[in-house]
Structure formats: C-alpha cells, structure tokens
Ligand binder design. Structure first.
Ligand code: FES
Length: 325
C-alpha cells in the first residue's frame, strides 16, 4: 500500500490523533513485522506510559497495536503486527505498508500501566503478547526497577527475542513448550515477594489460565494485570442477563452474541463505531454487577471501578448485570 498522501478521512476512533509516516519496516518472524512511525516534519511525539497502545487506521477500519518502546520522550513509535490471514483485514493492510506511507493514529492510550509502587515486575507473555510486555521491560530497565520475564513462543516464531535477551539477561526465561512453561510459572508464582506485580499478555485462554493460577496461589487482584487484545477475535464468553433499570426490560445475552448486538436486536439504539473495544463510543453505565472488561479503551482504574463498560466486547463476570438504560 503506497500512499505517501492520505486519501481517506480520519476514522472517528483516531480523531484528534496524529498523521505519521512509516520510517522503517523490519521482519521479526515469518508472520510478524515491526513498523516504525515518525512525525513527517521530525517533531517529537507525545510520550506514553509503558504498555500503552495506538489505534491505527487502515482503510475505513481501525486496529489497536501495543507500542514496544518505553515511552519516554519518543521521537518515533514502534509497533509489531502479526499477520492474521482470516482476520478483518487490518493486519494484512499493515503488512503492506512501506517506508514513506502515511497513516492516521490515535494518541497513545494506556490501559496496562506498570504500578509505581511495585518492587518487582513479573512479566508473562505468549506469542505476539510480547509487545506491551517489552515496553514494560524497557521502562523497568531505564528506571532501574527489577523485572523478570517468562516468554513462551513457538520454536522459531518468537518476536523480539534478541531484544528481551539483551534487556533482561538472566531475568528472561524462554519456554517453547507447555510443560516447561507451566513448571517455570508455578515456580515464579510461588516464590515472589509481596511487592511483586504480575503482568500478563497473550491469547485470552492463556491469560485466564495464568491469572487463575495466581489467584489460587493467593495473589490479590490488585497485584494482577492483564492486557487483552480487543482487536483480536475474542472467545464467545458465557451467557448472562442484563436488567435495564430505567426501562424495566430484562434481556438474555447468549454466548457468542455481544451485549451491543443483544441491545440492538431488542430495538435499542446504542452509539458505536469500531465494535472492537477500541473507540469508547458504546460506553454504558453499570448500576450493579461486575462487567468482564475486554476492551482497550478504559484504563485499569476505570475497569476496576466497574461503573462503565464497552458493550461491543465486554460481558459479565456475574450472572446478571444492571445497566442505566
Ligand atoms: S464501539 Fe468502539 S468501543 Fe465499542
């Protein structure tokens, strides 16, 4: 896709953002590339919190990608993109970008920030989930904060392996099979001091398994942090019920159907744009119950407050949710 001048309008999810130029594209693995973006006139870019992501426009759609640098005083942004052949087309479009192309991006958004009071960061990543975790590792190294990383990837398919080796040295444990990963994870979860915080990124089932094990071993929710890929296919989730308290309507949300779709089928008009948990347009107020947040829009604090949810991707931890509708 060669487009030195942008011919499309900015998607609402990236409005107020930046127009950047591709300055480098490099191959990480057979299916993962790193793309570097910079201001065309050489201006410094807004700094960001480690673990932040950018919303990037491709054609008429948008996707979110984690930034892989530490975020301090950046002159460029770097993202890594896994090519997904049967996805919505965003990653394939990103893989067609060349140096000199221009793209619309949002300002960096933080939903997976390191905790400043942590004495140690235990980072756990699977596959392309390495990207936000790499940002955490870089920031920890710059700031002199202790960090270790358990990185699981398929043999020969690990992105940023050289970067993580250089950054973490003996603090990096690489696993290329499930058995060794499970052993290493258990060892680490059972030997950490109370000041350690756990950060995990990867496929939903992987994250659930890591977080479940940590909870079973007594880790408090405040020490557990995860980054879901809102733009990637999400699992279909469990069915749940919503009560719309202002209208007195009760609706069943089946597995595999989003709350947004359920509300639309019931004749409710809910503003929305991306339908991927990225833009924040479909926000609903929660009166009672705990949403299962799967978006990339709300911050960790907003998610913990459980007063707002993105109904296009998020579901319910409880059998019932009450919404201010
Ligand atoms: S429609 Fe964009 S976050 Fe739901």
């Amino acid at each position: 896709m060669t487009m030195t001048a942008l011919k499309t309008r900015a998607h609402p999810a990236v409005e107020g953002g930046l127009q950047l130029e591709v300055t480098n594209v490099s191959l990480q693995t057979e299916s993962i590339i790193s793309i570097t973006l910079a201001d065309p006139s050489g201006e410094r870019l807004p700094s960001y919190v480690p673990g932040s992501h950018l919303v990037v426009q491709y054609g008429s759609g948008v996707n979110a990608y984690s930034l892989t640098e530490s975020g301090s005083a950046p002159s460029e942004y770097t993202i890594s993109v896994l090519r997904v052949e049967d996805g919505a087309g965003g990653s394939v479009a990103m893989h067609r970008l060349s140096v000199g192309d221009r793209v619309y991006v949002s300002r960096p958004r933080s939903a997976f920030a390191p905790v400043s009071t942590a004495t140690h960061h235990l980072l756990v990543a699977a596959g392309i989930g390495i990207t936000p975790v790499l940002s955490h590792a870089r920031a920890a190294a710059e700031r002199g904060i202790a960090a270790s990383l358990i990185y699981v990837y398929r043999p020969g398919a690990g992105a940023h392996v050289a970067d993580t080796r250089e950054l973490l040295g003996p603090g990096l444990i690489e696993c290329t099979d499930r058995g060794s990963f499970q052993k290493v994870l258990t060892e680490h979860l059972t030997t950490q001091a109370l000041g350690t915080h756990l950060y995990v990124c990867g496929p939903a089932a992987f994250m659930d398994a890591v977080l479940d094990q940590a909870r079973e071993l007594g880790w408090s929710p405040a020490r557990l942090h995860s980054e879901a890929f809102g733009a990637a296919p999400l699992d279909e989730g469990e069915p749940f019920t919503v009560n719309l308290v202002r209208s007195g309507v009760r609706l069943e949300v089946p597995a595999g159907v989003s709350l947004l779709e359920t509300l639309e089928k019931a004749g409710r008009s809910i503003p929305n744009m991306c339908r991927k948990g990225i833009c924040g347009e479909c926000s609903l107020s929660v009166v009672r119950g705990a949403p299962q947040h799967r978006d990339l829009y709300l911050t960790d604090q907003e998610k913990a407050a459980n007063t707002t949810m993105m109904c296009c991707v998020s579901r319910s931890e409880d059998p019932e949710l009450e919404l201010d509708l």
